[in-house]
Design a protein. Structure first.
Lengths: 372, 471, 337
């Protein structure tokens, strides 16, 4: 009786937590993909601890539903969906591990064969037998072994990974920057880039050109410059328009991003595409610093739908109101940077070429979870 | 209504003055008093200059005096007078160079003066790559020698505050001022006009240069004028000589700028067709006229104006185009790639076109041209042949013009200045702000240059220069 | 100086290498079906079903061969296959696509034997499921169409080259899903296969316009994206395809238009050509020069060219939307353990 009661209250509690989280991301009260990722992981931790399930598929369905809700609440914050998918893949992995060890014929279950053989292999038979087996003893399995602590441990590890992400990326700074180099950064609102540069500055002396990315977050941009200069780094602030004229003197372009897409393309702050392209024509290497949580299994089919448009009042304020309806003012917040513009992605798992990002996607997400 | 949009320039200027003074006062107490004194002197000089140019109305258009008044005084009448917009007329479009003085430039002119006082400060704050370039901005005319003509004093201030901006407009304004100078010129005893007037003009030019470096157009015009003066016959009376020089300048302005613009407009307008979406960067007087002409011809098209800090010249253009009923879109350069997909062609203006085919224009032009080229969108440059220069240059660093770094500290997008987190940037030894005014667009990004002598690829620029110089 | 390029035979030596060194390849122990004509079987498959691609026809032919032989050892099985494959490759012009199927088939049998040791079970499985492969191949085209669907948007102008079943399937699916778009189709000389593509599309109410191959440069400005099929996908992620593909890809790159390759994964082939001259030379006349008029000049013009991976935006395959390194990964996984 009492256990059932506490369970119900727990669920209620959980629901209000979910409600408030959805509301928060809807209203953009949680800002920055890092904070969203962390908050999502913490929410999932609570969801998994509070949920009871008889079969693992129930949990998966529930989390998928939650993912769908979060995604529709803020379709442009990809970090949310990424974390959900990471956790789903983690749950699936745990459940398969136990499945394999129990059934004992793991070798037969995994047809060892690459996807190219799908035409020839007898996959279908294996799959159907596995499915029936799964449904048949699903309940008994979950009784035999409780997956919950393993999943919770996995999410906990994910949270730890998130917390240490900037550290592991920053560690590569020294390898990337040489003495007396000039670095240009077109994303001065990125905390990953800030930490990267600050860490590198402990061992190297270099100059940073900070591009303003006017008009969004210009205060943050300027504070970024103040922080760099405060740490003893030679810092010069330039406007967006000046990038071409100075690019010839730049050693590397280092940027942060909001998301890395499955093809290695980026969704970075406005102006980044133009600046990376400018680096390309000057043969200046472009380096992206990003945590793995920004890696999305999405492919940029429709770029325009991915780009959020911001407050036009930040761009143009006509003193004369009559012009407002005649002029269409645009203030895109993001830019799509195609993979061919990027030379290197530095992640917390190491450095990769953008053409290899698809592999990291396959390693961290399940195909069946791509669409939540 | 054109009058309605005239910017209340006076108010922000006033507030900024006190702000800047406070800020400087923090830096160095003594500087504040010194600066205030200099300011008063400057205003007095400017008022004197305004009066003079108003007297000489016949040869000097009222705009300059008014523009000056806009910056320096705050009277309502002057603002109303300035509303005489001639946006519609082809010739007048560029003469109406009274771009509303952005507050940022007002700041810059004020702080530049104070920084000139602590010369050592500004040296520390120069960006290494650009140390060879000088900041010559000034705002006061108190130190002017007696023989500097008031019209030149006024013009110098207008240049320094970017009230008169754009290379055609500056050239025209300079020539008009020279007309006044020549009109008031009296050959001293014991010398001849052809010998002495050149020297007199050189002194005026040197003073003008203390505001901003000469534009290419100004350089070309001055070279021409000196040549004209040198061939004035000794037999002609001074009155006649002055008369004829003033007349020649008038013709020069007409031929090289006004007629040239008309010819360019007629030619460039053919590149605009129904359904086109055309991108323009910042503001160019002649490009603006091309759009207005296409609109008059009833062509259905729209214009995307891409603009940049700190001058926001594109705002003025978008305002004029929208008023003429054109469909416009306005975006800052950071949003360039977002708007680029639908663009059918790009129209650019020029500060100068160099002999090696490079386009020297408002900083940001190169990025726009590069992005367009990458999308295979044709880039068309509209440029009077007076902007062609013998110079060759390969990058934007060796030769450029520095604006005041303080313009970057202001994060406002309208006339009310708003110093951002960088307001105390001078206190941080490692922090620098770079403000260059021009960049160099390589010829491979440019499809076509439309001039009054025909359309040509960038590689043919030296051909025109040869023809032009020998003519 | 103009010299005729000598075709290097990257092909034969490379592909066969792992088999020759494998323990399963031992001196032939005759036992194969003597009277069986693999080439004729292959042709029959292709003739009977217009939907069948060359690699699938090759696989089906090999299955038929397996059903008619009674090998006594694993090595004999492998040997029979190897012989048939060589024969097939030799007997068929334009063998790149079919060899992708053969190679995969051989590799599959070998891997299964190595892993389970039960070669007889493997043979039985293959023979039993003979007809299934064709179904799966068709299904994989449908899967590609599903994966590729988001690449097509309303109001797109699409350029396709010649005829490709996978591309057609994708476009038809898009039309069924009520996406409205227009298609430019190249005529594709000298076979004129573009005309048949146009017919298929128009029959399904997709507005189409056939242009001559030389008009691609004219049309490219108005095109939003390019879809190309493939005869074979090389290890580099480049593609071997109907002649004219390379120049279209170059034009697309110049105009910065995305070019997507639509191909089934069983067309991935273990080849790494650097230029079209690394491909088996089907038309030796094309690299010789003569002062005499020649009658069948057009017919002897080359049929295939090679488009390198740097010109390709992405490959839409049944195993996902891949970058070039995705292709090499799949091939590496298949050939090396």
């Amino acid at each position: 009786m009492s256990t059932v009661g506490t369970h119900i209250s727990k669920e209620k509690d959980l629901n209000t937590q979910i409600e408030s989280f959805v509301a928060q991301i809807k209203r953009r009260q949680i800002q920055g993909s890092y904070n969203v990722a962390l908050a999502t992981a913490q929410l999932l931790l609570r969801v998994v601890s509070a949920t009871r399930w008889t079969h693992i598929d129930q949990l998966i369905t529930q989390i998928k539903m939650l993912g769908k809700r979060l995604q529709s609440a803020q379709p442009r914050e990809l970090a949310c969906g990424n974390i959900i998918r990471r956790v789903l893949s983690l749950i699936r992995e745990e459940s398969e591990d136990t499945n394999d060890s129990e059934s004992g014929d793991g070798a037969a279950n995994s047809p060892l064969i690459t996807s190219m053989f799908s035409l020839l292999s007898a996959n279908d038979e294996y799959d159907s037998s596995r499915m029936s087996q799964g449904f048949g003893d699903g309940t008994s399995r979950s009784i035999k072994k409780d997956l919950k602590p393993y999943i919770i441990e996995g999410i906990q590890e994910l949270i730890d990974e998130l917390r240490s992400i900037d550290e592991s990326i920053a560690g590569m700074g020294v390898e990337m920057i040489h003495e007396n180099e000039t670095i240009l950064t077109p994303t001065p609102n990125s905390r990953t880039v800030l930490k990267f540069l600050l860490r590198a500055a402990q061992k190297r002396k270099f100059t940073v050109l900070v591009v303003e990315v006017f008009p969004n977050d210009v205060e943050k941009t300027h504070e970024f410059a103040l922080k760099l200069a405060g740490a003893g780094i030679e810092t010069t602030v330039i406007t967006d328009a000046m990038v071409y004229s100075i690019m010839g003197r730049v050693g590397k372009v280092i940027l942060g991003t909001n998301a890395v897409l499955a093809n290695g393309g980026l969704l970075a702050s406005a102006g980044a595409a133009m600046i990376c392209q400018c680096a390309n024509v000057h043969r200046t290497p472009v380096v992206v610093c990003t945590g793995l949580y920004k890696l999305s299994p999405m492919y940029p089919f429709d770029i325009e739908s991915l780009i959020e448009v911001g407050d036009t009042g930040k761009v143009l304020e006509f003193e004369d109101g009559s012009l407002v309806d005649k002029v269409n003012v645009v203030n895109p917040l993001y830019d799509y940077v195609p993979p061919e513009s990027v030379d290197l992605c530095i992640t917390n798992m190491g450095g990769y070429s953008p053409s290899f990002m698809y592999r990291l996607v396959l390693d961290h997400y399940r195909q069946e979870d791509v669409i939540l | 209504m054109p009058e309605a949009s005239a910017k209340p320039a006076g108010v922000p200027l006033g507030t900024q003055t006190t702000k800047t003074q406070q800020q400087k006062g923090k830096d160095k107490n003594s500087a504040g008093a010194q600066e205030a004194k200099a300011m008063r002197k400057a205003e007095k000089a400017a008022r004197r200059a305004a009066k003079v140019s108003e007297l000489g109305k016949s040869s000097t258009p009222p705009q300059e005096a008014i523009a000056l008044a806009r910056v320096q005084s705050q009277t309502k009448q002057s603002r109303a007078a300035s509303g005489t917009s001639n946006a519609g007329s082809v010739g007048g479009g560029s003469s109406n160079s009274v771009v509303n003085a952005t507050a940022s430039s007002a700041i810059s002119s004020l702080t530049a003066q104070s920084t000139a006082i602590h010369g050592s400060d500004i040296l520390d704050k120069r960006v290494g790559l650009f140390k060879h370039l000088e900041i010559t901005r000034r705002s006061g005319t108190a130190d002017a020698a007696k023989d500097i003509h008031p019209a030149i004093l006024a013009l110098t201030l207008q240049f320094a505050s970017y009230t008169v901006i754009g290379s055609s407009a500056r050239c025209r304004a300079t020539l008009r001022a020279f007309q006044t100078v020549i009109k008031d010129y009296r050959t001293p005893v014991g010398t001849t006009l052809s010998r002495n007037l050149t020297n007199h003009l050189s002194r005026q030019i040197d003073f003008l240069k203390t505001a901003r470096p000469l534009s290419i157009t100004m350089g070309n015009a001055i070279r021409w004028l000196k040549q004209e003066i040198s061939v004035v016959s000794i037999d002609v009376s001074d009155d006649q000589a002055r008369e004829s020089l003033i007349e020649k300048i008038e013709t020069y302005i007409r031929d090289k700028i006004e007629v040239a613009d008309r010819v360019i407009v007629q030619s460039a307008v053919k590149h605009i067709g129904n359904g086109d979406v055309i991108l323009a960067f910042s503001r160019s007087a002649v490009v603006e006229q091309v759009f207005l002409e296409a609109n008059l011809r009833g062509i259905e098209f729209s214009v995307v104006v891409v603009d940049t800090r700190p001058f926001y010249e594109g705002k003025e253009m978008v305002r004029r185009l929208a008023r003429a009923g054109l469909k416009c879109e306005y975006v800052l350069i950071s949003g360039l790639s977002y708007v680029l997909n639908d663009i059918t062609s790009v129209f650019l203006g020029a500060h100068a076109v160099l002999s090696n085919g490079q386009l020297y224009s408002r900083v940001g032009t190169a990025l726009v041209a590069m992005s367009a080229k990458r999308k295979n969108i044709p880039v068309i440059v509209c440029c009077e042949s007076i902007k062609f220069s013998n110079r060759v240059q390969l990058d934007s660093v060796t030769f450029n013009e520095l604006g005041s770094p303080d313009d970057l500290m202001n994060i406002s997008i309208d006339s009310a200045p708003k110093p951002g987190p960088l307001k105390n940037w001078r206190d941080l030894p490692n922090l620098k702000l770079l403000n260059i005014l021009y960049d160099l667009t390589p010829p491979e990004y440019i499809k076509k240059i439309v001039t009054e002598v025909g359309s040509l690829p960038p590689s043919s620029v030296p051909v025109i220069i040869r023809e032009y110089n020998s003519a | 100086m103009i010299k005729s390029a000598s075709p290097r035979s990257v092909y034969d030596t490379d592909i066969m290498a792992p088999l020759e060194t494998s323990p399963w390849t031992q001196p032939p122990d005759s036992g194969a079906a003597e009277g069986f004509d693999i080439v004729a079987t292959y042709r029959k498959f292709l003739d009977e079903d217009p939907d069948m691609t060359m690699p699938v026809a090759a696989i089906e032919s090999l299955v038929v061969l397996l059903s008619q032989t009674e090998p006594t050892t694993a090595s004999e099985l492998m040997d029979t296959l190897a012989k048939a494959v060589t024969e097939l490759k030799r007997g068929v012009k334009n063998s790149i696509s079919l060899s992708a199927g053969c190679d995969m088939f051989q590799r599959f049998v070998l891997r299964n034997i190595q892993e389970y040791g039960d070669w007889e079970a493997c043979r039985r499985h293959l023979v039993k499921n003979g007809g299934l492969f064709l179904e799966r191949a068709k299904a994989s085209r449908y899967k590609i169409a599903e994966l590729g669907l988001p690449f097509i948007q309303d109001d797109d102008t699409i350029l396709i080259h010649s005829h490709s079943r996978a591309v057609t399937e994708l476009l038809l699916l898009a039309a069924r899903r009520h996406i409205r778009f227009r298609v430019y189709i190249t005529e594709s000389r000298p076979t004129g296969e573009g005309l048949s593509s146009a017919k298929t599309l128009r029959d399904n109410s997709i507005p189409a316009r056939v242009i001559v191959d030389g008009a691609v440069g004219w049309a490219i400005q108005k095109v939003d994206k390019v879809f190309i099929g493939a005869e074979g996908v090389a290890e580099s992620g480049g593609i071997i395809n109907r002649i004219g593909t390379y120049q279209i890809a170059v034009l697309a790159k110049d105009s910065n238009k995305p070019l997507y390759v639509v191909a089934e994964s069983h067309k991935f082939v273990r080849l790494f050509p650097l230029s079209p001259f690394d491909l088996p030379n089907e038309s030796p006349n094309a690299s010789t020069f003569t002062t005499e008029p020649e009658d069948d000049e057009i017919q002897s013009s080359p049929l295939l060219d090679f488009t390198s991976d740097n010109l390709i935006t992405a490959l839409i395959t049944d195993i996902g939307v891949l970058t070039s390194s995705g292709v090499s990964e799949e091939l590496i996984k298949m050939w090396y353990d």
